[in-house]
Design a protein around this ligand. Structure first.
Ligand SMILES: Cc1cc2nc3c(=O)[nH]c(=O)nc-3n(C[C@H](O)[C@H](O)[C@H](O)COP(=O)(O)O)c2cc1C
Length: 187
């Protein structure tokens, strides 16, 4: 089981990066390999139909595609922007969806969101789920939402509430089981 983990935020103090780091530590030793990508490593130009239709796929897109291809499963922590997802993340999915075959197809994904608001970013994650399912990603039905993240995450990036930690652990256990089952059934 190879897992690619990233947060869709460039902020050095990103709360979503903190969640992604927690996933990395949780998965460590339970998966064959863990590839933690900084979001800047996944930067790609804006999708441009003129260049893509001329067969010009930017090297940055190819590099991300290869990284996704290596993964069986993805864990993505995405902030909610205006009740949706960051434009940079949608742009990345749009580029990858253009490739034939699409490297995202057949992957499993666990979605997470940390946000200062009470709602926990569930609307944004529903948009992310839609875009990923459109290209054949098996998105795990439950997501990890961390509302009021300033109180829920310590400055060191640990979950402060035991109940949240239990939910995080349980969800990651369920997700790994789901991803393993799907990988086996595809083999
Ligand atoms: C353009 C923009 C739009 C935002 N829209 C929302 C929103 O709809 N819902 C929400 O909960 N937070 C919203 N936020 C606040 C982000 O959730 C908050 O900045 C969060 O900390 C970003 O994640 P990060 O800490 O991983 O960078 C928005 C922030 C920005 C910059």
């Amino acid at each position: 089981m190879n897992i690619l983990i990233f947060a869709a935020s460039h902020r050095p103090a990103s709360s979503n990066r903190q969640l992604a780091q927690l996933s990395k530590h949780w998965v460590h030793g339970k998966a064959t390999s863990v590839d933690f990508a900084e979001y800047a490593e996944l930067d790609v130009p804006l999708y441009n139909a003129y260049t893509s239709e001329a067969g010009e796929i930017p090297a940055a897109v190819q590099a991300v595609a290869e990284r996704v291809q290596q993964a069986d499963a993805l864990i993505i922590a995405a902030p909610e922007y205006n009740w949706s997802i960051p434009g940079s993340l949608k742009n990345l999915i749009d580029w990858l969806s253009y490739l034939k075959p699409c490297p995202l197809t057949g992957r499993t994904a666990l979605l997470m969101c940390a946000t200062p608001s009470k709602r926990g970013g569930a609307v944004g994650l529903s948009h992310l789920k839609t875009a990923l399912e459109c290209v054949g990603v098996f998105v795990y039905p439950s997501a990890f939402t961390c509302g009021e993240s300033h109180g829920m995450l310590s400055p060191q990036g640990a979950l402060t509430e035991p109940k949240m930690q239990q939910r995080f652990d349980a969800l990651h256990t369920e997700f790994l089981d789901y991803a393993r089952r799907l990988k086996r059934s595809a083999a």
